[in-house]
Design a protein around this ligand. Structure first.
Ligand code: AMP
Ligand code: ZN
Length: 459
């Protein structure tokens, strides 16, 4: 059972499915105009933890992850350029090429981070659902929620009486002081584009015929349309990064609920921001790191996953290279230790239930990690510890099964020295560690240290 914080009600609630046994989960995916950065990846990892936690409760999760390949403009106020078109112009290629390139890179990053990705059709592209978006806009038009101005069809937020309740902040408040161009034809500052008209003076690569003429959909409508197609309404849980609350999710709710007169989702989960060296990521500071940057510095992406688990998803997390190094060291230690855990045992119930309680408490991964380390240091049998940690890893997703029990069977004296050496290395006591290596080698065993930790084998 999960006891989750719900952004919609601002309370921690017991998770009860809309339809028993089958969970509908919608996660706003990347805009594929550039490489995803580690901030995006934090959000995707924590959503993955949620999916795994639901699955470990025996629930079947139908997860939809959209790929935004149209309509996401450089500002949240329906002004500015389309990120996809800009990226294509910059690279001298087509929008389709850009979308394919960055979708492929995103999927590779997800695999390296052990993030489960839904299969087709639940991994869905906005441009494959233009007709669904047009149909939804037509429904809103029929119900009187839209109006037309020079640059597009807009949603009239004053017609949706609860607009602003979700984010607790109206767009007009948010815009104060912001350097955004205000569209003077809009009836209310918080109104947003459902369909933008193609401009005669700008040649776009991506535009479609519609009842309102050539153009392209606004950014928010894709999620409302695809969620309805694949999950129906209401569905169970909608997720994303915290920045999506005041505009994107507020607007999704307005469109979907105005169209279908039922809530969009029962629960909403939002992941707090990843900061870099205590501040924002920005291109000008050169600190918009990607998974490739992590690898180029010699780190295993799974060490980054371990780092993410160390902070509760509703807290800001501060990224530093020292923190990744510390997590890489911890991961190496863990892999070294569990290699020696041979045999088939049974799950240790007291550790398992303490672990489950931590996860059930709004996905308290830092606490769950502490319980895993307590298990590692416990005096239980290796075989039982192995069974227990593998159960925990169904949620953590650290690929521990590739390491558990992989060492050869070692004599007890060699095993003792191997453990001593892991501890010495953890304390950076290189003299002791080298002396222990010598002793192990004198007993006829080799010792190697790699990114995967310490490996001991018979010479
Ligand atoms: P985007 O590609 O900009 O649509 O973002 C994809 C996902 O990453 C969304 O759920 C964002 O809210 C989330 N996101 C963006 N920046 C960060 C950050 N610094 N930390 C955590 N999540 C983020
Ligand atoms: Zn969305």
């Amino acid at each position: 059972m999960l006891y989750l914080w719900n952004t919609a009600t601002k309370k921690q609630e017991i998770f009860t499915p809309v339809h028993s046994g089958d969970i509908g989960m919608y996660t706003c995916g990347p805009t594929v105009y550039a490489h995803v950065h580690i901030g995006n990846v934090r959000t995707f990892v924590m959503e993955d933890i949620l999916q795994r936690a639901l699955e470990s409760d025996g629930l079947h999760v139908r997860r939809v992850l959209n790929i935004t390949d149209i309509g996401h403009l450089t500002t949240d106020a329906d002004a500015g350029d389309d990120k996809m078109e800009m990226s294509a112009i910059k690279s001298g290629t087509t929008v389709q090429d850009i979308a394919q390139r960055y979708t492929d890179l995103f999927l590779q990053d997800a695999e390296k981070m052990n993030i489960k990705i839904p299969a087709a059709p639940f991994l869905c592209k906005a441009t494959d659902h233009i007709q669904d978006q047009i149909a939804l806009i037509q429904l809103l038009e029929k119900k009187g929620y839209t109006y037309r101005i020079d640059d597009g069809i807009y949603f009239d937020t004053s017609k949706f009486s609860t607009y602003g309740n979700f984010g607790g902040q109206k767009l007009e408040e948010k815009e104060e002081g912001a350097r955004v161009q205000v569209n003077v034809q809009k009836k209310n500052k918080s109104d947003f584009a459902l369909w933008k008209f193609a401009r005669v003076d700008v040649q776009r690569q991506m535009e479609w015929a519609s009842p309102w003429g050539m153009g392209f959909p606004g950014w928010h409508i894709e999620c409302s349309a695809m969620a309805h197609v694949y999950l129906g309404q209401p569905f169970d849980i909608h997720c994303g990064g915290i920045d999506l609350i005041p505009v994107h999710h507020e607007n999704e709710i307005a469109q979907s609920e105005a169209a279908y007169d039922v809530p969009l989702a029962k629960y909403w989960m939002h992941v707090e921001f990843l900061l870099i060296d205590g501040g924002k990521m920005s291109k000008s500071l050169g600190n918009v790191y990607t998974i490739s940057d992590i690898e180029h510095r010699g780190f295993d992406p799974v060490a980054l996953r371990l780092f993410f688990l160390g902070c509760h998803y509703r807290q800001k997390q501060n990224f530093t290279w020292d923190a990744v190094q510390a997590n890489q060291n911890a991961l190496q230690k863990l892999r070294s230790v569990i290699r020696t855990w041979k045999g088939s045992g049974t799950i240790l119930v007291e550790f398992e239930s303490e672990f489950k309680r931590a996860i059930a408490d709004d996905l308290n991964t830092p606490k769950a990690l502490a319980i895993m380390w307590k298990l590692v240091d416990s005096v239980a049998s290796f075989a039982d510890k192995a069974a227990t940690i593998l159960k925990m890893d169904e949620i953590f997703g650290l690929s521990l099964s590739a390491y558990v029990g992989q060492d050869e069977i070692l004599p007890q004296e060699v095993l003792d020295l191997a453990f001593e050496r892991i501890a010495a290395r953890e304390n950076k006591n290189w003299i002791v560690s080298d002396a222990l290596r010598k002793k192990i080698e004198d007993m006829g065993y080799s010792v190697s240290d790699g990114a995967d930790g310490q490996k001991v084998s018979k010479i």
